[in-house]
Write a protein that binds this ligand. Structure first.
Ligand code: GLC
Ligand code: CA
Length: 559
């Protein structure tokens, strides 16, 4: 085997010592589906606090908490009505403080989700805007415009909502006449802020400080590529395949405008005034990794989700290239790469990696989708993919339930669906409910131990009994125990702060590299390949005499 010595960029990303976010394993909690403390069928903050020991045992370094702020829940909390309070559905600020203290007591850091692109239409500012006359300061915090056409009856431009349908809604003025339109890149209940407005900027600095003062370790920033819109709001239509959260190549007038970075330089300084290494992580769906790396230049954010990696097909050459490109592009700006395979917006990777037809992110899969993924193949690939990911230098994000090997829930009845995508496309796109189903904790308990009443805001598939945490805890070969071992070895061997060197010679269907004293080989071909020399410390599935089976990853130690 030949080892390619990494260049400077490859060995840089995790080099700068104590900055925890450079190498952290960060576990995403989607609060409404994690654990339900009061039995109303929706997960809550006390539910999280009660299960922090499970996360500590799993060995995660930090938690990213999806939105729990006051919200009418039109987009599961990504429609915020009060940025500085907890929605009663999830608990109280006191519950939050208790949860944060309990996490810190276990050495788990907490980053919270911040949604700055838009508020809820129930936000006090938007209510004031609707009640005020056009042209006033109240409307200037959002993007109100007059319509086109003789009577303003047409939207100001042709932009489409990420969730489907037009990105503009017309308001009725206080005097009862049809009036201006407001922009919403997402649901009509999510009006976009005007980020050229100084009041908006000051308000968000205040919101950052509110949570930093409470002790949070940072923020995951929602739609971090969308805040600034091109002057004049010129017409733009994405191609059909880019209709969802994804960007598009070329100049999209609402994604990735250069001025957006000024906002994060401001925020960087807000965080820098606090002790203890607080971090900003960007959700920026940009068309290339090089463009995404602009968010993590010095003086801006610390991390950006690696959606290029998430979207990579299960193909050795594609994975090799996206890993290489990630380490180079993030390394070039002095940032760590991040790695992620699942989140609350995409098809769970235990299903996605076995899809036969293209299923773009955000579309979802449901009862009538073509190419229903094979669950056995999907889980085998998911385990192999995660075993590869957790050996990479940098920070890795896990999405709740992937440690159980949960697949996408496909057979959700139409009447139970809640994603605005489903409604705004009249059921054409299933949307994201299938990755948001409440977790199974205990096989023989109501709602699989999600709560004690059996209520669940989305129905849990019956096959999930065998994926419940208690069942998997007791099974040494379970996905849960694989994750436990992966995280323990990753930590003990310092892989998150390591450096990658490619190992050649296994053929085109194998991804192989060294990180410290570990050699990793993932077999994506259709025949077994030899196990690298050394002592096998981990494998994503059973090994055969013939070597590493198809869709399997091994870690081999050379110490
Ligand atoms: C982000 C969130 C997604 C949400 C959207 C609008 O993409 O991850 O869940 O619907 O922003 O806030
Ligand atoms: Ca609850």
């Amino acid at each position: 085997m030949t080892t390619t010595v990494p260049d400077q960029a490859l060995s840089q990303p995790t080099a700068r010592g104590s900055e925890w976010w450079r190498s952290a394993v960060i576990y995403q909690i989607y609060p409404r589906s994690f654990a339900d403390g009061n039995g109303d069928g929706i997960g809550d903050l006390p539910g999280i606090t009660a299960h922090l020991d499970d996360l500590a045992r799993l060995g995660v370094d930090a938690v990213w908490l999806s939105p729990f702020m006051t919200s009418p829940q039109k987009d599961a909390g990504y429609d915020v009505a009060d940025y500085c309070d907890v929605d009663p559905l999830f608990g109280t600020l006191a519950d939050f403080d208790e949860m944060l203290a309990a996490a810190h007591a276990r050495g788990i850091r907490l980053i919270v989700d911040l949604v700055p692109n838009h508020s809820s239409d129930r936000h006090a500012w938007f209510r004031e805007a609707l009640a005020a006359a056009p042209g006033g300061a109240e409307r200037a915090r959002y993007l109100f415009r007059g319509g086109r056409g003789a009577h303003g009856e047409l939207p100001p431009n042709n932009w489409q909502s990420v969730f489907g349908g037009p990105a503009w809604t017309r308001v009725t003025e206080p005097d009862g006449t049809p009036g201006q339109w407001y922009l919403h890149l997402f649901d009509a209940s999510q009006p976009d802020f005007d980020w050229t407005n100084a009041e908006v900027r000051a308000e968000f600095r205040r919101i950052l400080r509110f949570w930093l003062d409470r002790g949070v370790d940072g923020f995951r920033v929602d739609v971090a590529h969308g805040l600034m819109k091109k002057d004049g709001l010129p017409d733009y239509l994405p191609s059909a395949k880019d209709g969802s959260t994804g960007g598009d190549t070329g100049a999209v007038p609402y994604w990735g405008q250069p001025e957006v970075h000024d906002i994060y330089r401001e925020w960087h300084d807000v965080l820098a005034a606090y002790d203890g290494d607080r971090a900003l992580c960007a959700e920026a769906w940009m068309p290339s990794i090089a463009e995404t790396a602009l968010w993590v230049r010095p003086g801006e954010m610390n991390q950006a989700f690696n959606f290029g990696y998430l979207m990579s097909p299960w193909d050795a050459a594609a994975l090799h290239d996206v890993i290489d490109e990630s380490l180079h592009e993030y390394g070039a700006v002095g940032a760590p790469s991040t790695w992620v395979l699942s989140n609350h917006d995409v098809i769970r990777h235990a299903s996605r990696l076995a899809l036969t037809a293209d299923s773009p992110q955000g579309e979802g899969i449901g009862p009538n989708s073509p190419g229903r993924p094979d669950p056995v193949l999907g889980l085998r690939r998911a385990r192999a993919a995660t075993t590869l990911m957790l050996a990479l230098p940098g920070s890795a994000y896990l999405y709740q339930g992937e440690e159980l090997g949960l697949p996408e829930a496909i057979d959700i009845p139409d009447a139970a669906r809640q994603d605005p995508t489903w409604f705004r496309t009249n059921g054409e796109r299933y949307g994201r409910d299938g990755c948001r189903v409440p977790l199974p904790w205990v096989a023989n308990a109501p709602a699989y131990g999600f709560n004690i009443t059996g209520a669940s805001w989305l129905p849990q598939p019956i096959e999930w009994a065998r994926l419940a945490r208690d069942v998997e805890s007791a099974d040494p070969a379970s996905t849960l125990n694989l994750y436990h071992r992966l995280l323990a070895e990753r930590r003990d061997r310092g892989l998150g702060t390591g450096a990658l060197a490619w190992v050649d010679g296994y053929g085109p269907d194998v991804v192989a590299f060294r990180n410290g004293n570990v050699t990793v080989a993932a077999n994506l071909g259709d025949a077994p390949v030899p196990v690298p020399a050394g002592r096998v410390i981990l494998a994503s599935g059973p090994l055969h005499e013939g070597g590493i089976p198809v869709d399997t990853t091994v870690w081999v130690a050379t110490d």
